[in-house]
Design a binder for this molecule. Structure first.
Ligand code: TXA
Ligand code: MG
Length: 314
């Protein structure tokens, strides 16, 4: 398939409405979109990504009226979260209506809903005029693309179009909260940190990893975020003894890195913004070991550590 790269949201929307797949920018990472009501296009997302069929997709909306068709009800606590954080890097899991094809949600009776704040994403969704189901625009198991070039490197020739935008401002995937229970549960950490969430819903709990009795994001059980190189977590770059075919990303300066590829970030936000792009730069340069500095788990630091740990244990 010839993949069209375009800066026109209108053109990209036209291609999506022919039931082709379109990669598009959001503030978190690039998504791989399909018309949520086209069962064949949704099947194609799973096929192209090599994604397990039980791993549900997120519904991307440009307008809250779309929820009338997508979900059974909006609990009061979900409404508070919508008021506080939509549009933005937050996904709410709600009871799905019967109008959404079951292959969108991997057979679950719940659905993840997100309203991106990125202006190109918003324009694209408005032009589509339908809800767009989208996972991240990478092959299953790989780091999410944060640039259109990275989306192209993953999916060129496999999808209808790539809508060009800027590098995703956040760089990590959205925060996911299950709102189907009395007490909302954080399923995946993201740009909206626990501190900010608890200002709105103080009783939010965090999914205990490896617990059988707590709700899960099906995707969390699969290999994730892993580049080709080995990822090694360290507390400080002074721990690196050999820089041959190695690279480093973190907050502190290494003592003597020679001409190794290193990325020093001024803040945890910048580190999150750059991480997946750095992984790809390392792949391009045939790096064998990527050393990543651990960070404190405040704000987006919780999400960054989550992705680093998964990448390291991929
Ligand atoms: O920031 C994001 O969320 C990006 C952009 C493109 O919006 N999307 C994204 O999608 O990261 P994906 O498919 O790569 O990750 C979605 C995660 C998966 O772990 C999936 O299992 C979980 O969301 N998920 C989706 N629907 C769910 C549901 N109904 N219940 C529990 N988890 C769900
Ligand atoms: Mg993903």
């Amino acid at each position: 398939m010839n993949t069209k790269v375009t800066a026109s949201a209108k053109e990209a929307a036209r291609i999506l409405l022919k039931n082709d797949l379109v990669a598009f920018p959001t503030e978190t990472v690039y998504g791989l979109g399909a018309n949520i009501f086209s069962e064949s296009a949704i099947d194609e997302i799973y096929r192209v990504k090599g994604r397990p069929a039980d791993n549900p997709l997120i519904a991307h909306v440009s307008n809250l009226t779309e929820l009338v068709i997508l979900v059974k009800r909006i609990p009061a606590k979900a409404e508070l979260l919508i008021d506080a954080f939509f549009p933005g890097p937050l996904t709410l899991v709600l009871q799905k209506s019967r109008y959404v094809p079951s292959n969108v949600t991997g057979g679950l009776d719940t659905i993840g809903i997100r309203m991106p704040s990125n202006s190109v994403a918003q324009f694209f969704l408005k032009e589509c005029g339908v809800t767009v189901a989208a996972p991240s625009a990478n092959l299953s198991g790989r780091p999410s693309p944060t640039t259109w070039k990275a989306a192209k490197a993953e999916l060129n020739g496999l999808i209808g179009a790539i809508l060009k935008g800027d590098q995703s401002q956040v760089g990590l995937e959205s925060t996911i909260i299950d709102c189907t229970r009395k007490t909302p549960v954080l399923l995946r950490s993201g740009a909206i940190g626990l501190e900010r969430l608890r200002k709105v819903i103080p009783e939010i709990t965090v999914r205990a990893s490896n617990s059988e009795n707590t709700p899960k994001s099906p995707g969390q059980k699969y290999r994730h975020y892993a580049p080709n190189a080995k990822v090694v977590l360290i507390d400080h770059p002074s721990e690196i003894t050999d820089y041959s075919k190695a690279a480093f990303i973190g907050l502190d300066f290494p003592v003597d890195p020679g001409n190794a590829i290193i990325k020093i970030c001024a803040s945890i936000d910048e580190y999150a913004f750059r991480l997946f792009d750095f992984f790809r730069e390392c792949e391009y340069n045939q790096i064998e070991t990527i050393y990543c500095q651990r960070v404190s788990e405040n704000g987006i630091g919780l999400a960054l550590m989550d992705r680093l740990i998964r990448a390291a244990h991929g």
